[in-house]
Design a protein around this ligand. Structure first.
Ligand code: AMP
Ligand code: TRP
Length: 329
């Protein structure tokens, strides 16, 4: 069976962008692939943070993933810092990663341009990401579009290491991204990518009332000023994207016709979306509430996941060190 690996930062709350771009796919793929899902807290400490807060956010992310449908008896779900081989392999891979490849990463350039003092970890972030994936020799990485460039780098790293240390039979597969139909969900501002740091999100665990408070004023087709103006659903940045993801096909057609024919106003369309959104999110929210009152179940699932991950991580690193002339303990 092929392997998949993916990671998510412990931001605390999952949002609908993470869900549609990645996590919903993880839930489906866990039954088709041997799956590793990692809460990447070593990636998260690149930004300033409070230790107690990070601990809470890590736990909450595990709750969100389990509630969304990751089954810890099927997939391996764990926290990155519980498997020290990630950072060990990251150092090794740093030695065969060209600096130029790191300097041209869009995310690095964006973030570095907004910081007074840029830490080395920000530059090396994609090397740790490559280590995450290669440690499990994963073939497929289900992510949103913003991670595609990082995966290109992972393939360069795999290729470089194979060429240098395992030229006859490539040891690391070159991991391919797996995108969903919602590879980049726009945020409630109708402009930027939905992202926690931009405050334009719908949280996966928010109540129907809270979601409605956000949806009601959300930006729609800007050319449609009045209900009597015909709209263009393709120009409606988020609502139509969400309908396509959450509503049955018949509803999507109905929305489209009623929008183009000026039969529905945007509020009618949003009400229909709310019904379908809430239908999918309510069971997730209820499972999360249940898990929040049993933190020991979450910790146990993560501990079991880390133990399973370490077995594979140790095997890979043993072979890597052997091939590189690095004595083992
Ligand atoms: P992050 O929260 O940045 O760790 O992202 C976790 C996963 O969600 C990654 O695979 C991202 O590509 C994906 N993701 C985050 N935001 C969005 C978005 N607005 N649309 C689609 N995918 C997203
Ligand atoms: N960089 C990813 C993000 O910000 C998170 C991540 C870390 C990841 N390691 C990974 C994703 C490995 C896929 C595979 O979303």
């Amino acid at each position: 069976m092929s392997r998949i690996f993916s990671g998510i930062q412990p931001s605390g709350d999952l949002h609908v962008g993470n869900y549609l771009g990645a996590v919903k796919n993880w839930v489906a793929l866990q039954h088709q692939f041997e799956s590793f899902f990692c809460i990447v807290n070593y990636h998260a400490i690149i930004a300033p943070y409070e230790p107690a807060d990070l601990r809470r956010r890590t736990h909450d992310m595990a709750v969100g993933l389990l509630a969304a449908g990751i089954d810890p008896t099927v997939a391996t779900l764990y926290v990155q810092s519980q498997v020290p081989e990630h950072t060990e392999l990251a150092w090794i891979l740093n030695t065969i990663t060209p600096l130029g490849e790191l300097e041209r990463q869009t995310q690095f350039k964006d973030k570095a341009s907004r910081q007074e003092q840029v830490m080395a970890g920000l530059l090396n972030y994609p090397v740790l990401q490559a280590a995450d994936i290669l440690l499990y020799r994963a073939d497929v990485v289900p992510v949103g579009e913003d991670q595609v460039q990082h995966l290109e780098l992972s393939r360069v790293v795999a290729r470089n290491w194979n060429a240098r240390f395992s030229p006859d039979t490539p040891f690391f597969p070159e991991p391919q991204p797996k995108l969903t139909p919602t590879r980049r969900l726009v945020g409630l501002d109708g402009q930027a990518k939905m992202s926690k740091s931009l405050g334009n999100t719908i949280g996966l665990l928010e109540t129907p009332d809270a979601i409605w408070d956000k949806l009601r004023p959300a930006v729609t087709d800007p050319a449609r000023q009045r209900k009597t103006d015909p709209g263009n659903p393709d120009l409606c940045p988020i609502i139509y994207q969400l309908h396509r993801a959450f509503s049955p096909e018949g509803t999507v057609r109905e929305v489209e016709e009623n929008c183009r024919g000026a039969k529905w106003g945007c509020i009618d369309c949003k009400k229909s979306l709310l019904t379908n959104l809430v239908a999918e999110l309510t069971p997730i929210r209820e499972r999360a509430t249940e898990l929040q009152s049993h933190p020991e179940r979450v910790t146990e699932a993560l501990d079991i996941g880390a133990a399973k991950a370490r077995v594979i991580a140790h095997q890979t690193l043993t072979e890597v060190k052997n091939k590189m002339g690095l004595p083992l303990a």
